[in-house]
Design a protein around this ligand. Structure first.
Ligand SMILES: Cc1cc2nc3c(=O)[nH]c(=O)nc-3n(C[C@H](O)[C@H](O)[C@H](O)COP(=O)(O)OP(=O)(O)OC[C@H]3O[C@@H](n4cnc5c(N)ncnc54)[C@H](O)[C@@H]3O)c2cc1C
Length: 327
C-alpha cells in the first residue's frame, strides 16, 4: 500500500494550491481527482468569464496573464494546467475517493475507485459543483431538463426556460437569447440577484425591460411536461410552451461524503461543516477542509480568491505538528 504524508481529495484550484504548499514543505503528497484537472472549471459554460480579475485567481504568486482584466474559462484551464505541470505536482486524475477511515494508530486508509493508500493527514477540497439543488417537481427527470449550462448554440430557435436569477442564470439567458432562443426566466424573487456581475446586470435588466427576454418574477416552476412548463406567477398558474429547461438553482457540497469521513455538519440553515477557522482542521484530528466546500449550503461565502489562503493555513498547521514528535 502506498503511503503519503498528505492525501488531498479534489484537484480543483484549491486542491492544487494545497499540493504546491505540501511540495514546498518537503512532504510527500498525492492529489486525487475524480475527473479531469480542475474538473469543475472544465464543466463551466464554455464562454464563461470570471468575476475575479486574474491576479486574484493566482496560486503561489505564479502570474496569471489574461487578455482582459477578468479571465475566461479557457484561460483559467490553461493557467491551472500550466501551474500543475510546471510544479510537477503529484496528481492522479479520473480516480474517485470512495472513503477514508482512520485506524487506531491515527493513520488514514483512503480507498479510491482504482487503489488504496494510507496517509497521516487528509485534506478535503471537493468543492460543491457536483450536486445540483433539485427543483423537486414533476418532470424534473425529463431529458430536456439540465442543471448545467454549457453552450448557447444548442438552444437556437427553441423555447427555453431559465430558472434562477444568479450569475449562471443571467449568463445563460443572455447567451441563449443572442443565439436565437426564446428565453423566459422564472425568478423566485422580485428582481435580478444583487450578486450578478456589475457589468452584466444592466444588460439583463435592459433586455427584460425592452421585452427581448421575458422575466417572470415572484414565480416558481411547478411542473415540466414534454412540451410545456407550468408556473406559479404571482399566485396565478400559467402554462407556457417549452422545449428546454435550464434549472440553474445552485449546487451543494457532498454532505454524505463529508459525514462518511466523520465531519460533523452543523444544524444551521447553511449546514456548515465543522472546522477550526484558524487551522482548517475538522472535528476529526488530522482531517482538513479547504476551498469552497467549507461554506456548506452558503456557496457565496468562499471563492477561489478568498479560499486559496486555506492551503498555507493548513500546511502551517501540519508542519507545526512535525515539531512535536509525530509518528
Ligand atoms: C459559474 C461559476 C463561476 C465562478 N466564478 C468565480 C470567480 O470569478 N472567482 C472566484 O474566486 N470564484 C468563482 N467561482 C467559485 C470557484 O471558482 C469555484 O467554486 C472553484 O472551483 C472552487 O475551487 P475548489 O478547488 O474549492 O473546488 P472545485 O474547483 O469544485 O474542485 C473540487 C474538485 O474535487 C473533485 N472531487 C469531488 N469529489 C471527489 C472525490 N470523491 N474524489 C476525487 N475528487 C473529487 C471535483 O471533481 C473537483 O474537481 C465560480 C463558480 C461557478 C460555479
Amino acid at each position: 500500500m502506498k503511503h503519503f504524508d498528505i492525501i488531498i481529495i479534489g484537484g480543483g484550484p484549491i486542491g492544487i494550491a494545497c499540493g504546491i504548499e505540501a511540495k514546498k514543505n518537503g512532504l510527500s503528497y498525492l492529489i486525487i481527482e475524480k475527473g479531469c484537472l480542475v474538473n469543475s472549471l472544465y464543466h463551466y459554460p464554455v464562454n464563461m468569464q470570471f468575476f475575479s480579475s486574474s491576479e486574484l485567481l493566482e496560486l503561489d504568486k505564479i502570474p496569471f496573464i489574461s487578455k482582459e482584466n477578468k479571465p475566461r474559462r479557457s484561460e483559467a484551464l490553461e493557467y491551472y494546467r500550466r501551474v500543475v505541470t510546471t510544479n510537477e505536482l503529484n496528481i492522479n486524475l479520473f480516480e474517485t475517493v470512495i472513503e477514508a477511515q482512520k485506524d487506531k494508530e491515527g493513520v488514514f486508509h483512503v480507498k479510491t475507485s482504482k487503489d488504496s493508500y494510507t496517509a497521516k493527514d487528509v485534506i478535503i477540497a471537493t468543492g460543491f459543483y457536483d450536486i445540483p439543488n433539485p427543483l423537486n417537481i414533476p418532470g424534473e427527470e425529463l431529458p430536456k431538463v439540465s442543471h448545467y449550462y454549457t453552450d448557447p448554440h444548442y438552444y437556437a430557435g427553441m423555447n427555453v426556460v431559465v430558472v434562477g436569477a444568479s450569475n449562471s442564470s443571467v449568463d445563460a439567458a443572455l447567451e441563449c437569447y443572442r443565439k436565437g432562443a426564446k428565453v423566459t426566466m422564472v425568478v423566485r424573487d422580485s428582481e435580478i440577484s444583487s450578486h450578478v456581475k456589475y457589468w452584466v446586470k444592466p444588460d439583463i435588466e435592459n433586455r427584460i425591460k425592452e421585452g427581448s427576454i421575458t422575466a417572470l418574477f415572484n414565480s416558481n416552476i411547478k411542473e415540466i411536461t414534454d412540451n410545456s412548463v407550468v408556473i406559479n406567477n404571482n399566485n396565478k398558474e400559467i402554462t407556457i410552451k417549452n422545449d428546454f429547461v435550464l434549472a440553474l438553482t445552485g449546487y451543494r457540497p457532498n454532505f454524505v461524503f463529508l459525514e462518511q469521513l466523520g465531519v460533523s455538519i452543523s444544524n444551521d440553515e447553511n449546514r456548515t461543516p465543522t472546522y477550526n477557522t484558524e487551522t482548517m482542521e475538522t472535528n476529526v484530528t488530522n482531517l482538513y477542509l479547504a476551498g469552497v466546500v467549507c461554506g456548506g449550503l452558503n456557496t457565496h461565502t468562499w471563492f477561489i480568491e478568498n479560499s486559496r489562503i486555506h492551503a498555507v493555513t493548513i500546511l502551517t498547521h501540519i508542519i507545526s505538528k512535525y515539531r512535536y514528535c509525530r509518528f
